[in-house]
Design a protein around this ligand. Structure first.
Ligand SMILES: *[C@@H]1O[C@H](CO)[C@@H](O)[C@H](O)[C@H]1NC(C)=O
Ligand SMILES: *[C@@H]1O[C@H](CO)[C@@H](O)[C@H](O)[C@H]1NC(C)=O
Length: 696
């Protein structure tokens, strides 16, 4: 076969690009490509065995590390080059520059010194525009222009493989090709649809769309990867034919290709837009009223009749989506720079897509419900102490989303499906929120009770929604009553940092519960319950006085809190103090001396890559470190931010932004924990989540 012969010959020319790329503002451990939901979550690993941040030569990977086959070739005056993926068949383009913003990853690539490509992966984040936010699609924009002042004859190729559609490579996939509303698309899906189930973290249901403009000069083909790619590499176009042999993902690997003849390319940039995405009708099952499950539909169904309509809207919306994305990029850049400078922006802008990529938007336009996947730590759904660290970003972009995220937790517990007095930890394993009717969730009673009350008040303060406080008052009071009994002297238990183990009398955990009691007093006050307000308020004040005696090592210089009461050889990040500032209580409640002591102390125990979470390990939690930074003195704040920003380029971790790493090596903890792609990085927005002005 001539294609195979062509590939064999061309394979000899495959090599590593020799030129060096610049990386701006940093070279992250993993580069977000299409990151829009727990199932549309594709990255280019940078560190370790991978390709060092070069788009050509490495495979994009799902967060759980399966390959999401994505391939790009370009032919310039008949000479093929590879610009995306690791398929053989052509020399690799030279990458000269990479940059990222909050919503975009952009690669500048040089093909033979003749044409330059600007390849942008855009995953929109529109927290205030749910019609767009709920579309689990992402854009790829490939701009091409002449580099050497000479006109060139250029054809562009891109495909995706069936690997996107199933985490089980042995499952059969079927596909089709068509056009609609000016969009040419391949659609593909598992033949056996298994709703609300996963294989290796990938969805086992739903339909994938890979699309581009239905335009002159476009050819397409589905089929065996070496045939389809070989056709392009050899001929510069495809056969406009559909492979009808539906088969498993890994059997003669089916791919879905587009080739675009760009014709004569000169100095003007010619742009070709592609989109990749998934539509699912049903999204989540939740146990709420009664004994059975309620199925939550994907939110896009509230705005569009069919998946096809959603896809063509998304594709044709590129100009507007791109403008909105630029506004968000600019806002986050301006705010991050204003509050703490470029190092801070390096961190925040890498955290936005990752946080929103863990969210699944469901329900209806009138009553949206947002589900969160904990991702790599164990894929729990609606984990309260993973929503909690992410809440600064959510509050900063749209506080209303907090209400949509907490809704499933209230539905479950207010309908009597959880037997304990304290708040639940999570609702099960994503995407099945079956809860814990027997109360056998991971037990973090003080942690989650405190988190719920703090998040509820933070939301209400920013939206003015007192009715919400009233509606949930009984269960909030139940949790607050639990904290009255259990937070000053916390029993032997886990906090959110469960990887560090159980401990009694955790100083930082106790503080959270005490701040939550102060918050409950505020909630009672706002809802006209003067007696409760006085009682929770007095308890909170009495506890905060006692807590200072129990938890602060005053003999130390500078005085600082211990990890647990009385253990003067211990210390830890007092990140829960951030909640006191988040709710605007400030020094009226926790004295300034506590803030100052911590602020002076942290730099004295800083390690190579940051200040460790506590004295049990040399581990950094990036979210909590930024929480601590947000309320520290300017010097300490800037030190913590500088260490984390520097780590982003220095780390040898190679998967999406880990929120847990070793402070001395910068690598993953030596216990094998790999906290990758988690939404906890929303906590990096701690400085921007603090109150400015709000209605309440
Ligand atoms: C990449 O750059 C090197 C060094 O300048 C050059 O020798 C090589 O031909 C370039 N490759 C491509 C595909 O442009
Ligand atoms: C916790 O702290 C209290 C107050 O200092 C003390 O009485 C109690 O023994 C401590 N509990 C444990 C398990 O150390």
């Amino acid at each position: 076969m001539r294609f195979s012969a062509a590939l064999t010959r061309l394979a000899l020319t495959v090599g590593v690009a020799s030129a060096e790329s610049a990386f701006s503002p940093a070279r992250p451990p993993s580069i977000p490509l299409a990151v829009k939901s727990p199932y549309l979550n594709s990255w280019l690993n940078v560190g370790g065995e991978e390709n060092g941040g070069y788009l050509a030569g490495g495979w994009p990977r799902f967060w759980a590390q399966q390959i999401t086959g994505w391939t790009g070739f370009i032919r310039v005056d008949g000479v093929p080059y590879a610009w995306l993926g690791a398929a053989p068949g052509a020399a690799l383009v030279n990458q000269t520059h990479f940059s990222y913003t909050s919503t975009r990853s952009t690669f500048i690539l040089d093909a033979g010194g003749k044409v330059e490509m600007s390849v942008t992966f855009l995953s929109p984040v529109t927290a205030n525009d749910l019609r767009r936010q709920c579309l689990t699609f992402s854009y790829l924009d490939v701009g091409v222009h002449s580099l050497d002042g000479v006109s060139h004859d250029v054809q562009l190729y891109a495909d995706v493989s069936a690997e996107w559609a199933s985490g089980d490579l042995g499952s059969i996939v079927q596909w089709d090709y068509d056009t609609a509303d000016g969009v040419a698309y391949h659609q593909f899906a598992r033949q056996e649809q298994v709703e609300i189930q996963e294989a290796n973290q990938q969805a086992s249901w739903g339909t994938w769309y890979w699309s581009t403009k239905d335009d002159e000069g476009l050819t397409w083909q589905s089929g065996f990867d070496t045939d389809v790619r070989g056709n392009f590499v050899w001929d510069g176009d495809l056969t406009n034919t559909k492979d009808t042999d539906f088969r498993p993902v890994n059997q003669n690997w089916p791919v879905f290709g587009f080739a675009k003849d760009l014709g004569v390319v000169n100095g003007r940039i010619i742009s070709t837009i592609f989109s990749i995405g998934l539509t699912q009708d049903a999204a989540i099952n939740l146990r709420e009223e009664g004994g059975g499950f309620t199925t939550y539909s994907s939110l896009w169904k509230s705005y569009f009749h069919t998946g096809l309509e959603a896809m063509t809207f998304f594709y044709n919306d590129y100009d507007e989506a791109s403008r909105i994305a630029t506004d968000l990029d600019d806002k986050i850049a301006a705010d991050s720079l204003a509050v703490a400078g470029q190092d801070y922006l390096t961190i925040t802008s890498l955290s936005v897509r990752q946080t929103f990529g863990a969210l699944q938007f469901t329900g209806t336009a009138e009553d949206p419900v947002v589900f969160l996947k904990e991702i790599s730590s164990n894929s729990d759904i609606q984990t309260v102490d993973v929503i909690f660290p992410a809440v600064p970003l959510i509050l900063y972009l749209n506080p209303q989303l907090v209400c949509y995220l907490l809704k499933p937790l209230f539905l479950n517990q207010e309908n009597g499906h959880y037997p304990k007095r304290s708040a639940i930890h999570d609702l099960g394993i994503f995407p099945l929120a079956k809860g814990y009717p027997d109360g056998n969730d991971e037990s973090m009673p003080v942690e989650e009770s405190g988190n719920m009350i703090i998040m509820v008040l933070a939301y209400a303060q920013r939206t003015g929604n007192v009715d919400y406080l009233d509606a949930h008052y009984p269960i909030l009071k139940q949790w607050a009553d639990y904290l009255v009994d259990e937070t000053l002297i916390p029993a032997h238990q886990l906090s959110t940092d469960d990887f560090a183990g159980m401990l009694a009398n955790q100083t930082n955990l106790a503080l959270k519960g005490i701040i939550a009691l102060r918050a409950m007093s505020e909630i009672a006050e706002l809802t006209g319950r003067a007696e409760d307000a006085a009682s929770f308020g007095e308890t909170a004040r009495s506890y905060i006085d006692q807590w200072q005696d129990l938890g602060i090592n005053n003999a130390a210089d500078p005085p600082h809190t211990t990890l647990s009461y009385g253990d003067t050889s211990s210390h830890g990040l007092l990140y829960n103090l951030y909640a006191n500032s988040l709710l605007g209580f400030d020094y009226d409640f926790v004295p300034k001396s506590v803030y100052d002591g911590q602020s002076d102390f942290y730099p004295t125990v800083a390690l190579e890559h940051g200040v460790a979470l506590d004295t049990r390990h040399t581990w950094i939690k990036t979210d909590w470190m930024m929480w601590a930074a947000a309320i520290a003195s300017e010097d300490t704040r800037d030190t913590l931010i500088r260490l984390l920003a520097r780590w982003i380029s220095a780390t040898t971790t190679n998967m999406a932004f880990t929120d847990l790493y070793d402070a001395t090596t910068g690598d993953y903890p030596n216990t094998g924990l790999r906290f990758t792609a988690r939404p906890a990085v929303g906590g990096h927005f701690a400085l921007l989540g603090l109150p400015k002005q709000w209605p309440l």
